[in-house]
Design a protein around this ligand. Structure first.
Ligand code: ADP
Length: 196
C-alpha cells in the first residue's frame, strides 16, 4: 500500500447501516471440495433469507473468477490471491450491513484464517461442507473430476492439489447424510442464535 494513502473516516458507519437494515452482518464462509454442495446450499439458504427480509449477497467462486478475479488461475499463488481479494470484498459487504455468503473451495487453512483475521470476532463463520471425495466425484455436477482424472485439468483440489480440512469450523455439514434443506436449517439455527 502506498504510504501516502490515508484512511478517510466517513460520517455514516457500520452501526447506522446495520440499524437501517434491522439485522446483524457476518460472513458465512463455505469451504469444501468441488461438488461438495457449497453453491447449492448457499443458494437455497439465500432464498430463505430473502423470505425473512435479511439482506444477503452470495459471492460464488466461479462467478467471481469471471470478473474481479478473471486474471487468476489455480496455482497455489493465484489461489492465495483469489481468497485474499474475496476476503477484502466480503469485509466491505459486512461493513455495508450485509450477510455475506462466500462459496469458495478455499483449500488452505492459512488463507481462511487470514480472512477471519480481517473481520471482528464472531463475524467470520466457517461453514465446512464436508463431503467425501468419492461422493463429490460421483456427483461431478460440472464434469470437472472426469477431466481432472483424464489429466485435462491440473491442480484440481482433491486430485492433485491439497485440501486442508477446517480444524474448528463454526458449522460442520455432512452432505452425504443430510439433505440440502437440513443443512439450510442448521445454518439458520446458528444465525438466529448468534447473528440475526
Ligand atoms: P460446489 O459449489 O461445492 O462445487 P455444487 O453446489 O455446485 O458444489 O454441486 C453440488 C451437487 O451435489 C449439486 O448437483 C447438488 O444438487 C448435489 N447434491 C446432492 N445431494 C446434496 C446434498 N445433500 N447437499 C448439497 N448438494 C447435494
Amino acid at each position: 500500500m502506498s504510504s501516502n494513502v490515508v484512511w478517510h473516516q466517513h460520517q455514516v458507519g457500520h452501526q447506522q447501516r446495520q440499524q437501517l437494515k434491522g439485522h446483524g452482518a457476518a460472513v458465512l464462509w463455505f469451504t469444501g471440495l468441488s461438488g461438495s454442495g457449497k453453491s447449492t446450499i448457499a443458494n437455497a439458504l439465500e432464498q430463505q433469507l430473502l423470505q425473512r427480509n435479511i439482506h444477503s449477497y452470495l459471492l460464488d467462486g466461479d462467478n467471481v473468477r469471471h470478473g474481479l478475479n478473471g486474471d487468476l488461475g489455480f496455482s497455489d499463488d493465484d489461489r492465495v490471491e483469489n481468497i485474499r481479494r474475496v476476503g477484502e470484498v466480503s469485509k466491505l459487504f459486512v461493513d455495508s450491513g450485509t450477510l455475506v455468503l462466500s462459496a469458495f473451495i478455499s483449500p488452505f487453512q492459512a488463507d481462511r484464517d487470514s480472512v477471519r483475521e480481517l473481520l471482528a470476532p464472531g463475524q467470520f463463520i466457517e461453514v465446512f461442507v464436508d463431503t467425501p471425495l468419492e461422493v463429490c466425484e460421483g456427483r461431478d455436477p460440472k464434469g470437472l473430476y472426469k477431466k481432472a482424472r483424464a489429466g485435462e485439468i491440473r491442480h484440481f483440489t482433491g486430485i492433485d492439489s491439497d485440501y486442508q480440512r477446517p480444524q474448528q469450523p463454526e458449522i460442520h455439514l455432512h452432505t452425504a447424510q443430510q439433505s440440502v434443506q437440513q443443512s439450510v436449517e442448521q445454518i439458520l439455527a446458528y444465525l438466529q442464535q448468534r447473528v440475526l
